[in-house]
Structures are given as C-alpha cells and as structure tokens.
Design a protein around this ligand. Sequence first.
Ligand code: DON
Length: 306
Amino acid sequence: MQSNYKNIIENAYNLTKPLKDLGKLATYIPELANVNPNKFGVHMTHIDGTHYGIGDNQEKFSIQSIAKVLSLTLAVKFIGEKIWTRVDVEPSGTKFDSLLLLETYNGIPRNPFVNSGAIVICDILLTHLEHAREEFLEFVRDLSDIPDLTYSDNIADSEKATGFRNVALCNFIKSLGNIKNKPEDVLDFYFDMCSLEMNCQQLSHTFAFLINGGRKLNNGKKIISRSQAKRINALMLTCGFYDESGEFAFKVGLPGKSGVGGGIVAVYPNNFTIAVWSPKLNPNGNSFKGMKLLEDITTHSEMSIF
Ligand code: DON
C-alpha cells in the first residue's frame, strides 16, 4: 500500500476521534444497546492486497444491514435478472424500516437495501436455494475467509423478540403477494442474516470483490460478473444510506453501505475498500463518526469516484 494511504487514514482517525459524538446507540435491538459507545476503528484494503487499520479495527461488531449487500450478491449470482421483478432499484427517500411506499408500489420494495427489500431478497433465496440459511453462511465464509463464521444467536434472538416492525413489513408484503414463503421462515432467515459479526479488517477484506470486477482479491475467484458488480456498487451509491444516500454521495463520493451496529463499508472500484466502526448513529441510522471519518478521508485524499 502506498504509504500516503496510511498517513491519510491516521490523520482522519486522529482528527475524527476527539470530535463530540452527536450520535446515539441503536437501542431498538436490545443487544446493540450493550455495546461500548466509544469504540472506533477503521481498516483499508488496497487493490494490491495490502491493508492497514487503526483503533478498534480488530474487534468484532454486528454488521446488521451491511449483510444485505452479501445476500443481494448471492441472489444476483444464483438467480440473476429475475430478482428485479420482485424488488426495484430506486432510492426510497424514506427510513430503512418504513412501510410507507409499499402500498403505493403494490408490495414491490423500492430497493434491496431498505428492510422491506432485504426481506424480499431473503424470500427469493429461500425459494431458490435448498438450504438458504446454511448456503448463505457458506457463501460469506468463503468471501470473508473466516472459516468459522457463524450467526450470532444473541443478536438474532434479541431482534427476533423485538422486531415487530419487520414482522409488520413482511406480513404486509405477504398480503400484497410479494412474499412466497411463510413469513416466520423469511423473518428467521432475515434476522440471522443481519446477526453476522465481523471486525473492520474482515469487512474490508470481504467487500474487496466489489473493487475487483466481481473477483476475490486474494485468489481471483469469480463471485459475480463485472457488470453485476457495477450494479451492486450503483445500488450502494444510490440506496446504501436510505434517506441519507444523497448526502453520503455528496460528502464522501463513494458507494457504501451502513448498518445500525455502527459499521460502514465504502468501496472505490479499482482502488480500495474501507470499513469503519463507531456505534453511535445519527438520526438516519448511520454511524455519526463513521460518516465524518470517510468524508475526511475522501476530501483530503481527493479519492472519490467523482
Ligand atoms: O432489521 C433491522 O432493523 C436491522 N436488523 C437492520 C437495520 C439496519 O442495519 C439499518 N442500517 N443502517
């Protein structure tokens, strides 16, 4: 890795760390409220395979909605274009768990990253894969090179006990005919999918196929085609931060995806992936300091897709 990347990350980390954190922990999933709010880590993986991190970059956290990119990738890989009849590719301009537009668009979620869209992707995977839960885990183990990766029962159970909004979303979509399996099975898989835990280094490694034309960096294995990778990156740019997607593109200028565990992954095709973790969230459900750090990195380095 060019040494200036290391300096850029260190400078951005040191500048962002002392800032007053105006965010709040996600408490609607009780298990996430137990996380130390002062954690802060970042890790960059460069296209040449070198990587660098600082802070709490080796500590695992709940990746939550970031996993929606991985379930979408599996659906695109195995089912292909057919999925776009079930979920659209437009920014929603609404909160991640909103019910609002489902009635307007007859049960077709606006995109695969809002909760409703990710729930429909889980339904599609359940229909088309014999053992979707296990096959998804195997897929992420291979992508991440974490052979013992498992779903977190604590996180999943905590969400299963309290996720009434997602239960409502799934049942409402079912009533409109766009969920084919039993809502309980779809929701179980969705909550498990969101419960995966990784650290910043592992997350930046896992997402490296999206900067490398759909192939893994370390062994060149094809995950999806170059054109499919382009589409997933386009969706992360336009929909990865819900009703803050415009602001993220405006301030950071990279495709990315956030999760309510406080993680964000951003990708710069042909260059690098960067994962950041800081648990306190802004009112739109995106990491307050994570956004600030990424804005600082792309502004000072002038590295952005625009
Ligand atoms: O379904 C939920 O509410 C969570 N499992 C995931 C939401 C999430 O991560 C939104 N991201 N910022």
